[in-house]
Structures are given as structure tokens and as C-alpha cells.
Design a protein around this ligand. Structure first.
Ligand code: ATP
Length: 231
């Protein structure tokens, strides 16, 4: 379970509060108007932004002061951060060992992760030799290998076009259910939120609200969300 306990985040003049819990294994959309603080919320959970007040707990353990790499989570951004001079295999291997000391066991795990995301046989290619969708799969494979119980997605597939994006999100959902991963996913697309996330955290007007059922929220959205959804 992820707990945001009386959390207050500040960036310049911007303030966002959150007091909520996310059940273990849940898939939760994070929705709200542009600039409402969705990325800020994920950055704080990931450890890139220290809260002005409050605590972040995972399964009851206070992780508020842990360095990003020591937290029980992976984060995928829109910028996939693949290193252009490294092969697919090496880019994924960074998730196992930042110094890339990869033995036979590590190579086997990398091959398994590549197979899981449908990229068998592409281990030796460079990112430039892959399509955008394939690059996203590499980033996802790297995340999978880290095998952390919490996955944060900040619109990682937004640049892909609707069909590929839907395919990637479905792949994330399949893998997350198989591994029991808790997923928080920033979404600008109500269709994605409906199909993949039974619950939604609404971020608006300076607050991140506790997760609520997605379908009723989108069926009769509050004004802040209605304007954003354009409906
Ligand atoms: N480094 C920063 N310093 C000061 N203010 C910042 C900084 N980064 C973001 N902000 C402000 O914090 C607020 C929240 O930004 P954030 O990126 O979290 O919103 P968002 O909901 O993810 O928006 P979008 O949907 O447009 O991506 C915005 O008002 C933004 O201008």
C-alpha cells in the first residue's frame, strides 16, 4: 500500500496537498487539468522533489527521505532516456547494473524481458535502428527487469499515436497484473483511464484527491475535470 500522509508539495508559488492511500496491486489513473500538479505528484513519490511537509510510506515503511534509486519503484517518462551509443541489451542492462557488469544470468534475464515486450532478436541494435514503439518497449523492458512493486507512468507513450499507445498500455496492464505491480499512471485520455484503471486520483485546485472509481468520475466529472476533458 502506498500512503501519502498529510503531504504538501511546493514548487515556487505552486502548492499541492495529498492525503490518500493506494491499495497494493491497484491500477490508478492520475487525471486533472494541465498544470494541476500530476507530474509534481509523481516526482515527489519517485524522490525527485522533497515534500515541504508530510510523509510517503510504502507498506508502512517511511520512504520520504530515501534516494530515488533506493525506493521500491520504477518510473517511466515520456522521454525514454535510451542511450544512443548503447545497444538495446546494454540499455536494458543498466536496469540491472549501472556499471554494465553483465554475466550469463543477467543476459538470460535481459532476453526474457525482451521476449516479454515482443522484441526477441533485437538485443544488439542501437536505439536509432528501432521504431518509436520499439524504443518504448526497450524502456519498458528495462523497467520490468528492475522488478519493483510500484510503477509510475508519466505519459511515457504519448508520442506514439493512439493505436501503439493503447497497445503499450495494454502490455503494461498485462505485465503489471501478472507481477502484482501497483501502477500510478498520468493520463490525458479518458478512454485509457477507463480501460486500464479502475480508480482515478483527481488532481485539481491544489489537491490530489483519494482514488475514486473511474467510470462514475468520468460519467459525471466535476467542473475542473469537465473543462479539461473538453466535454
Ligand atoms: N521547477 C519548477 N519551479 C517552479 N514551478 C514549477 C516547476 N515545475 C513545475 N512547476 C509548476 O508546478 C505546477 C504543476 O506542474 P506539473 O508539471 O506537475 O503539472 P501537470 O498536472 O503534470 O501538467 P501537464 O498536464 O500540463 O503536464 C505548474 O503550475 C508548473 O508551472
Amino acid at each position: 500500500m502506498l500512503t501519502l500522509d498529510d503531504l504538501l508539495l511546493e514548487q515556487g508559488d505552486f502548492r499541492l496537498s495529498a492525503d490518500l492511500t493506494v491499495t497494493r496491486g491497484a491500477r490508478v489513473a492520475v487525471m486533472g487539468p494541465s498544470g494541476a500538479g500530476k507530474s509534481t505528484l509523481l516526482a515527489a513519490i519517485a524522490g525527485f522533489l522533497a515534500p515541504a511537509r508530510g510523509r510517503i510510506l510504502w507498506s508502512g515503511t517511511d520512504i520520504t527521505r530515501l534516494a530515488p534509486g533506493a525506493r521500491p519503484l520504477s518510473i517511466l517518462f515520456q522521454d525514454q532516456n535510451l542511450f544512443p551509443h548503447l545497444s538495446v541489451e546494454q540499455n536494458i542492462g543498466l536496469g540491472l547494473d549501472p556499471k554494465l557488469r553483465l554475466g550469463r544470468a543477467e543476459h538470460t534475464r535481459i532476453e526474457e524481458a525482451l521476449a516479454q515486450v515482443g522484441l526477441d532478436g533485437m538485443a544488439r541494435r542501437k536505439p536509432a535502428e528501432l521504431s518509436g514503439g520499439q524504443q518504448s518497449r526497450v524502456a519498458l523492458a528495462r523497467t520490468l527487469l528492475r522488478d519493483r512493486p510500484l510503477l509510475l507512468l508519466d505519459e511515457p507513450f504519448a508520442a506514439l499515436g493512439p493505436a501503439l499507445k493503447a497497445e503499450m498500455l495494454a502490455l503494461v496492464a498485462t505485465i503489471a497484473s501478472a507481477q502484482g505491480t501497483t501502477v500510478l499512471m498520468v493520463s490525458h485520455d479518458p478512454a485509457d483511464a477507463r480501460s486500464l484503471c479502475p480508480e482515478t486520483i483527481l488532481v485539481a485546485e491544489g489537491r490530489a484527491l483519494p482514488p475514486q472509481p473511474t467510470a462514475p468520475l468520468l460519467d459525471s466529472p466535476p467542473p475542473a475535470l469537465r473543462a479539461y476533458l473538453g466535454g
